[in-house]
Design a protein around this ligand. Sequence first.
Ligand code: FMN
Ligand code: SF4
Ligand code: SF4
Length: 592
Amino acid sequence: MAETKVIVGLGSCGIAAGANKVYNRLKALKEADNLDFELAKTSCIGMCFREPLVEVVDENGSMIYGDVDEDKAIEIIQQHVLGHNPIKEYVVKTDLFPTPDQSYFDGQVKIALRNCGYIDPENIHEYEARGGYQALRKIANEALSPEQIIQTIIDSGLRGRGGGGFPTGMKWRFAHANQSEEKYIICNADEGDPGAFMDRSLLEGDPHAVLEGMIIGAYAIGATEGVIYCRAEYPLAIKRLNIALAQAREHGYLGKNIMGIQGFNFDIFIKEGAGAFVCGEETALMASIEGKRGMPSKRPPFPAEKGLWQKPSNINNVETYANVPYIVANGAESYNKYGTEKSKGTKVFALTGKIKHGGLVEVPMGTPLRDIIYKLGGGIQNDKKFKAVQLGGPSGGCIPEHLIDIQVDYEQVTATGAIMGSGGMVVMDETTCMVDVARFFLDFTQKESCGKCTFCRIGTKRMLEILTRITEGEGQEGDIEKLEELALQVRESSLCGLGQTAPNPVLTTIKYFRHEYEAHIRDKKCPAHSCKKLLTYEIDPNKCTGCTVCAVKCPVKAIDGERKKVHHINQDICIKCGDCYNSCRFDAITKS
Ligand SMILES: Cc1cc2nc3c(=O)[nH]c(=O)nc-3n(C[C@H](O)[C@H](O)[C@H](O)COP(=O)(O)O)c2cc1C
Ligand code: SF4
Ligand code: SF4
């Protein structure tokens, strides 16, 4: 048996960065030279910004190497694995010495992500070796009743991680209370928010944790069948879920009389969603599972009463379920010792946008936003100025720079006008136009509206038209007020959360960045120099050397001038593409 293990991170992020090539190269090398090390696979540990990642575990401990390409991988094998001489400058995470990226993990507490990046997600034994299925075993061994499980979840303070933040244990209690021969437990793995990849990553990295959470939920509410609604755009998550389901059935965690509990018969199936944002809404999701068009319907009745196939049902998010086995195995206090008064435990966030360290982090509720962005996220790319962070995707809102010291929990985030949502954090810097951000999110919700409600269908379209014309320099006095009025009506008159929250990005950007709207409308200027139609590119005669590069690059021949003479941009022809600005090596072109 080899003493050294070499593990390659093969989550979607790793694969996108080239990890499959690294893995295949290492496999070929090992087989060709019959090298004595074990080659294994894992998923992402959250450091998406350093993918591909390769971990070497030997008698000294673990070292994770970042930004590994095929050549670097061979170097690591030769020097570290065969030569016992680690290449310290490539190491991004280890407990053996400090690394420049260590701060990414400072302050993180991994509960939902406890196994991600540490196990082979396709190997049930690795899940079991880290305590997997122990919670289920505990229920069987200690003959815990459904009521006891529900009480533990209530005591833990766990709130749904899909966006609404409703107490999970309470939801289970309602579903438990409704008697029926058939009941359903559903996992919402639709995850359609732009900028969110927490659920996908969790399913790719630790599918059994989600299954175990669902099995415990099924026992608690008395469910007979489980469905995972996962968007088809997540093929790796679906593949690993299918493998995990087959293994769980083989090991008796699914099927009849699970863990010897008489009458506890339960199995889980996957329903692939076609990728409509509205299908994340629970009534639309259930309609979609039933083979109908994914359109929301009125509540009550709530799913706990009449859900899938009109039977009592419970829907939770992927991250919510992943927390459950940990809480049951370790007790409610192991979870509620983290967090704030009303927001307990930890929360996973996907850091994206203009942040240096993009990836997944899990922190206790109440962690200051500043710490997430600057300590864990490493600050803003190219050391630009932080402007705002969009939390909660298209249902959320922008939290501006002056509120960076809020503690991130449900209450404080909601007080800013944003929402916690499912945990997507899109970081924006000084070059981001906030009117354009509002336009981007509204464009998304407008396209994703199912069309059932007039205000959601047409109101968002009118709002989008106004926002578009503002970003194109065609804004009119009164547009801001019109947006506010429409926003209110869309919010009040929409049936489901999509329409009710669609105005949030517009309202929060107006609240915190009204001056940017006014500059676009009154001065026809974009303060962030981002809206194309409002830009002017000009050549500074004092700096221009007449090198001609800009004229060559300009796709519409808007630049003229002789070699070694000052060049000139014809504003009537210029399409504001910025190719000249990006090509000038003498800093002679200004953007205003
Ligand atoms: C338009 C819309 C999209 C949603 N998308 C998701 C989603 O992708 N994943 C999710 O878990 N919840 C989503 N939700 C929230 C769910 O409807 C539901 O509240 C959640 O799955 C419940 O699980 P939780 O209590 O564990 O959060 C969405 C809600 C709306 C209105
Ligand atoms: S609010 Fe929008 S997405 Fe929701 S039901 Fe109405 S039209 Fe459909
Ligand atoms: S690329 Fe710059 S220096 Fe060269 S001609 Fe254009 S403006 Fe002048």
